[in-house]
Design a protein around this ligand. Structure first.
Ligand code: FE
Length: 175
């Protein structure tokens, strides 16, 4: 509905309660954390920082960090992925473009790719929204495993427990 009436007081806050079924917002003041323990190890030189683990809609928002010239294993996406590069650069073995700092990437459903951080990049950080699953495959598409919001939550619990933050530290990111 277009805004057709004149708002008498544009700076007056909304006066009604939010729907009682609405979930709580998540506010992460330092998304790129100072505390290294908040990075959950995922593979050699690969880490993720959970921001929103959306179990009710089956997606997750996270920062992916790759140190040195790391590789994120070949995987297929049945649903779309959105990425925004915060630091460094990376490319897929399957495409001829490079995602640079400040760049945005949309990955359509059906993509299968292998993320590589080139030599000379000490650290890469990208904000990714991943929907559904990441389905790890061999070069000919044979399944080798998967990740979904629930395996991500499990990884966080295990890691946060190990580093002394407590298994329930992850709860603040779950909706
Ligand atoms: Fe991907």
């Amino acid at each position: 509905m277009p805004l057709d009436a004149k708002d008498a007081d544009p700076r007056m806050p909304y006066q009604l309660p939010f729907p009682k079924e609405a979930l709580e917002e998540i506010v992460v003041p330092k998304a790129i954390p100072d505390d290294e323990r908040l990075w959950v190890p995922q593979a050699e030189n690969v880490f993720f920082r959970p921001l929103c683990l959306n179990r009710s809609q089956g997606y997750w928002m996270n920062l992916l960090k790759v140190k040195k010239s790391g590789v994120l294993s070949r995987h297929r996406h049945p649903q779309a992925v959105h990425g925004f590069v915060l630091k460094g650069r990376w490319y897929y073995l399957e495409h001829d473009w490079v995602a640079e700092e400040g760049g945005y990437v949309y990955e359509p459903p059906g993509e299968t790719h292998t993320l590589v951080v080139p030599e000379g990049v000490d650290e890469m950080i990208t904000y990714f929204q991943v929907n559904g699953i990441m389905y790890y495959v061999d070069p000919w598409g044979k399944g080798m495993g998967y990740e979904d919001v629930f395996t991500k939550i499990d990884m966080c619990r295990k890691h946060f427990e190990e580093v002394g933050l407590g298994a329930d530290y992850v709860d603040q990111f779950i909706r």
